[in-house]
Structure formats: structure tokens, C-alpha cells
Design a binder for this molecule. Structure first.
Ligand SMILES: Cc1cc2nc3c(=O)[nH]c(=O)nc-3n(C[C@H](O)[C@H](O)[C@H](O)COP(=O)(O)OP(=O)(O)OC[C@H]3O[C@@H](n4cnc5c(N)ncnc54)[C@H](O)[C@@H]3O)c2cc1C
Length: 584
């Protein structure tokens, strides 16, 4: 029985995949540069993953702490990334962040203001100065809505509920993508001179994750990987120290860093404010990796609460302050747990939160290694090194979304003629057809297996034997792929999306495990119980390539040097403490 629904073609000069902050900012830039732009995403226009971002977005504006500077922002980012960030990318971000945020405020983004109407800035962990702008704890939604309004003003079409199954390539050049409508199933061949991929991260491949169902399985990274791009630093994944534990369906949901920024304190079940033992100077404003490890250690050593977490307390702030500055957190705990956080502490534990690694891109244009393919946002590598500073990813989406969009528009304008390959389009259709059949396995159950494997063997703390086992377990899941049941239901083509998500998970999980196995050291968010010290010789990135036979190969890549004029700023920033961080 054939299920293949209808197919049509749409052409544009720049195609943007993903309607999160990076995608919309890229689309605006490409449109302003004169391109005919289309944005496609698998969710509705105002519901891309960026809406989850809570606490804030960084720029050295110096409104609250006038001593701040872009150089200090550069230095903080490099150091907290344990020197694995690409200094060229970090410099661009730090230099251009103030203009990116000011522009967004000018477009109407409702950032919090000081009494004299300047943009307010608050502390986020491990920053030298207050440089995080915010809109309550709804910053991501405020940013996304502002960008969507601007895109609409410019007449940019955003096509919703389109799942991209494959990038179309010929002769090493990308010329579009094949997508299907998640409800009707009909397919569209989107043809373009240049494509900007803004598909988000891969943290949903861990059982406890701050991402939502049906997003962040590494789908964007996988699309680029299949097309011939390389992935880098995949093992560098940030585990946020504070995720919800209950109820099970909400496990991992983020308790924003703003809670600690506003004065939240961490306690164990014995009532000890345990950060005194891990970072006496910075306490709860220490870096994410250190607090995640502290929470993990307290729980593992039996000082956790009844649900296997530690306690985060804001009761001393008072209800008025909580409602004003942490409104979403207040609601979140009432809705999920009927808990009034103004009266009782929250029980929290680490959760997979952010992909520091991703697609290898050119620092300035964010061109990938595939012709005519650009990428921006969380699906790319290079900015955050081994530990992302909170608030740096939203600004990354703006700065590099704009750069990628402009570069794609330029590329389109310079192109002599549009590339098209009938064979590539037929192959993409045939690949989708081959997935649609009755079977005995369900994608959701297999996804769950992968998420459990990654949590168990490649979570907050890893070791060689666990990761070896995990690679074997991924192979077992792979053998079940041909038996996955995929057919249309009354709700539409969710099954087809789920099996593609599963393929993406398997590839990004393997790339992560290969990088994590090669990184025989503890550095930033990557913590090895069998290699508890930082190894200076591993100040390299690990890059993964996918061969024509589907096999992955891994190689180290050296990093660029920090420009002379910026090295002294790094010396002035706080040194992250790396030695002996695994407490007994
Ligand atoms: C709970 C939470 C809180 C956060 N808080 C902050 C914060 O306070 N400050 C900060 O700086 N960062 C924060 N972050 C991180 C930040 O939100 C993200 O890094 C950022 O929003 C990523 O934006 P993006 O545009 O790159 O990708 P996304 O917003 O993830 O958008 C990617 C889009 O691509 C679409 N897509 C993917 N694959 C396909 C496909 N195959 N077909 C079609 N569409 C596809 C997805 O549906 C998605 O909408 C937070 C993250 C989480 C999870």
C-alpha cells in the first residue's frame, strides 16, 4: 500500500529552516539585504523552542555596572568556556551584542528598565559584572515575539508545521530542502539559492532535559551532518544545575538561573548551604558546571531530599519580589506541584540543558562546510567552549543569525543560476517513502531507550566503560529501525516525524559519545570520573565526520590563538577552578 501524499515546489532566494530566534533574525537580515525569504519550521510561528528561554540575554551595555566592557565579556566567555571557544567567534559576539540588544529594544522588546529608563541588567552566574538584560523570566518569549513582529512587518512568510526530512544537495552545494506537512502529509520541495539552518540543539536526547517533547533531538545538526557538514564539540553539553523533579512528565523542566541571580539559596537535606564547600566565594552564583556537579554530588552521596534532589530556597525574598521578578517560576510550581515557592523551597536536580557543540561554521559568515548552507544559533559550535555562560545563547542567535542571513543573501545575489538536481529530489522522496510501513516497534519507545542510555552513561559524570556500553546499546536500537511502525493517523504524520527524530538522536548521540570518549579529561561541563583532572594537551576540539557508508570518524582540531590585545583581559577575569573538582 502506498501512502505517498501530493508534492509541490516552492522557490525563494534564501530558505531559513527553524523559526526560533536565530531563524527569524537570519530571515530579517536576508530580507533587509534584498532577498526573497521563506522561513519554515515544524511548530507554530510563535512557539519555536526559543520561547522557553527565561532568564536573560547578555551585552556589555554597562548601564548598571559602568566598568563593564565588551572585552570583559569576551574574557569571561573564554575563561568560563575553559578556552575551547573560538576566540574569533567570541570576539564578534562580545563586540556586537550591545548593538544587537539595543536594536531589539528599539523594535519594541519589553526589556526591564531602570528608574531612568535605561535597560536594566542583572547578574547571571560567573559574569564579572551585571550584563544580563531581561523581560521578567519570559525573555525568550519577548525576544521571539519582537522578532516575529519585525519579520511580519517586512512581509516575511513563515510556513508552520513543516518537518524538513532532508537537505537537498548536488555537487557539494545545498539547493533547498524536502519537507512534509505534519498534518496533511503533503510534501513540498523548497528550492533556494542558499539555505540557513537554525534547527536548535540536541539536549532532548537525555532523559532529563529542559527541552520539550518533539524538539531538540539534534534534528538540525543531523540534517547538516547528512549533507556533509562536520560536527564539533558534541560532548560539551551543559547540564543545568536546577531542573524540576516532579511530576514525571515535567522532570527536567528548567528552574531558571534567575532564581539564583535574585538570591536563591541551595541547601541539602541536612539543611547545609553546601555551596560553601564547592565555591565559597561565588556560592550560588558560581558557574553552571560547578553547581551542577555540586548538586549531583550532594544527591549521589545521600544528602538529597525525598525525591532525589537538593533544595532551592527563595522564601526569604518575599512574595511580592518573587511575583515581580520570577513570575513564571511562581506559576510553574503552582501548576505542576501546587507548591507556593514564597513559602516552601523547591526540590531540584541537574538537567541536560544546552548543546555547546554543533555544526562547524566559518566564524564571520557562519557558512558551513557545505556550499550555500549557512547555520546559526544553538545548532552551531564555537562560541561557548566547555561551559556556556547563561544569557550568551540568546545573544548568539541575534548576532550570528544576522550575519548568516546577510551572508546567505549575498551568496544568492552573486549566484549566476539556480542549482537543481532531479536525482537528489527523487532520492529524498524515496527515503521518506521507505520509512512508511507497518511494523512492530514504536519510535517513542525507542527514543525513550536512547534517552535512558544517554542519561545513564553520558550524563553529568561519565566514564569509559559506561560510554562503551552506551555505544553498544545504540547499535541495538539501530537494529530495530527497519521494524518501526510509521503510518498516518487521524492527527496526521507524527509517526514520520518521530522516526526521523529517532534517526537524528542516534547520530547525535553517537557523535556525543565518540567525542566524550576521546576527551580523556575533566573540563567544564564534561566531567569524567576516570579522568578527573584537566589535561592541558586536550585544549583542542573534537570534530566528527560522517562517511558515505554512514560510519563516523573523529579527529582533533586545534584552536585559533587569542589576539594579543585581548590576552590581558583574560588574565584579569576570574580563573575557573579546574583541579580535583570531583569530590570524593
Ligand atoms: C528552558 C530553557 C531556558 C533557557 N533560558 C535561556 C536564557 O535565559 N538565556 C539564554 O541566552 N539562553 C537560554 N536558553 C537557551 C536558548 O533558549 C536557546 O539556545 C535558543 O533559544 C536557541 O535558539 P535557536 O533559534 O538556535 O533554536 P530554537 O529556538 O531551538 O529553534 C529551532 C527551531 O528549529 C525547528 N526545527 C528543528 N528541526 C527541524 C526540522 N527538521 N524541520 C523543521 N523545523 C525544525 C524547531 O522546531 C525549532 O523551533 C534556554 C533554553 C531552555 C531550554
Amino acid at each position: 500500500m502506498s501512502y505517498r501524499p501530493g508534492s509541490r515546489t516552492r522557490a525563494c532566494s534564501v530558505l531559513v529552516i527553524g523559526s526560533g530566534a536565530a531563524g527569524l533574525r537570519a530571515a530579517i537580515a536576508a530580507r533587509e539585504a534584498g532577498a526573497d525569504v521563506l522561513v519554515i519550521g515544524k511548530r507554530s510561528r510563535l512557539d519555536a523552542h526559543t520561547v522557553l528561554a527565561a532568564g536573560g540575554i547578555n551585552a556589555a551595555l554597562g548601564t548598571v555596572d559602568p566598568e563593564d566592557s565588551w572585552q570583559q565579556h569576551f574574557a569571561d566567555t573564554m575563561r568560563e568556556g575553559y578556552y575551547l571557544g573560538d576566540p574569533r567567534i567570541v570576539e564578534i559576539m562580545a563586540r556586537e551584542a550591545p548593538a544587537a540588544i539595543t536594536e531589539l529594544a528599539d523594535w519594541g522588546c519589553p526589556f526591564a528598565r531602570t528608574s531612568d529608563d535605561r535597560l536594566d541588567q542583572r547578574y547571571f552566574g560567573a559574569h564579572t559584572f551585571r550584563r544580563t538584560c531581561y523581560a521578567g523570566d519570559y525573555t525568550g518569549r519577548a525576544v521571539l515575539t519582537t522578532l516575529a513582529d519585525e519579520a511580519q512587518r517586512l512581509g516575511i512568510s513563515v510556513i508552520e508545521e513543516q518537518y524538513v526530512s532532508r537537505l537537498l544537495t548536488a555537487d557539494g552545494q545545498c539547493f533547498g530542502a524536502l519537507a512534509f506537512d505534519l498534518h496533511a502529509g503533503d510534501r513540498t520541495v523548497f528550492e533556494a539559492d542558499a539555505v540557513v539552518l537554525c534547527g536548535g540543539g540536541h539536549t532532548r536526547i537525555w532523559r532529563r532535559s529542559s527541552s520539550r517533547r518533539d524538539e531538540n533531538y539534534g534534528e538540525g545538526m543531523w540534517l547538516a551532518f547528512q549533507a556533509g557538514a562536520r560536527l564539533m564539540d558534541m560532548e560539551l553539553v551543559q547540564f543545568h544545575p536546577t531542573g524540576m523533579l516532579l511530576p514525571e512528565e515535567a522532570a527536567g523542566t528548567l528552574v531558571t538561573e534567575a532564581v539564583r541571580g535574585e538570591g536563591g539559596r541551595l541547601y541539602n537535606a541536612k539543611g547545609e548551604r553546601f555551596m560553601e564547600r564547592y565555591d565559597l566565594e561565588r556560592m550560588e552564583l558560581s558557574s553552571r558546571d560547578r553547581i551542577a556537579l555540586a548538586n549531583y554530588t550532594e544527591i549521589k552521596e545521600g544528602r538529597g531530599g525525598p525525591n532525589g534532589g537538593v533544595f532551592l530556597d527563595v522564601t526569604h525574598l518575599g512574595k511580592d519580589a518573587i511575583l515581580e521578578r520570577l513570575p513564571r517560576m511562581y506559576r510553574q510550581f503552582v501548576e505542576y506541584q501546587m507548591l507556593d515557592i514564597a513559602k516552601e523551597p523547591m526540590e531540584v536536580a541537574p538537567t541536560a540543558h544546552y548543546s555547546m557543540g554543533g555544526i562547524v561554521v566559518d566564524p564571520a559568515t557562519h557558512a558551513s562546510e557545505v556550499g550555500a548552507l549557512y547555520a546559526a544559533g544553538e545548532c552551531t559550535a564555537g562560541l561557548h567552549g566547555a561551559n556556556r555562560l547563561g544569557g550568551n545563547s540568546l545573544v548568539e542567535t541575534l548576532v550570528f543569525g544576522r550575519r548568516a542571513g546577510e551572508a546567505a543573501a549575498r551568496f544568492s545575489q552573486e549566484r549566476e543560476s539556480r542549482l537543481r538536481s532531479r536525482r537528489a529530489i527523487d532520492e529524498a522522496h524515496a527515503e521518506l517513502d521507505s520509512l512508511i510501513h507497518n511494523g512492530t516497534e514504536l519510535s517513542r519507545a525507542l527514543q525513550r531507550q536512547v534517552r535512558n542510555v544517554m542519561w545513564e552513561h553520558c550524563g553529568v559524570v561519565r566514564d569509559a566503560s559506561g560510554m562503551e556500553r552506551a555505544l553498544g546499546m545504540l547499535d541495538e536500537v539501530r537494529t530495530a529501525l527497519p521494524s518501526v511502525d510509521v503510518r498516518p493517523s487521524e492527527e496526521g504524520w507524527g509517526d514520520l516525524a518521530h522516526v526521523l527524530d529517532l534517526h537524528a538522536m542516534l547520530s547525535t548521540a553517537e557523535a556525543t559519545l565518540r567525542g566524550a570518549s576521546a576527551r580523556k579529561e575533566t573540563r567544564g561541563a564534561h566531567i569524567r570520573s576516570d579522568f578527573p583532572e584537566l589535561n592541558p594537551e586536550l585544549e583542542v576540539s573534537f570534530v566528527v565526520r560522517r562517511g558515505d557508508d554512514g560510519q563516523l570518524t573523529l579527529e582533533p582540531a586545534s584552536l585559533s590563538a587569542v589576539p594579543d590585545e585581548l590576552t590581558s583581559w583574560i588574565a584579569r577575569a576570574r580563573e575557573p577552578d579546574t583541579a580535583g573538582r570531583l569530590l570524593e
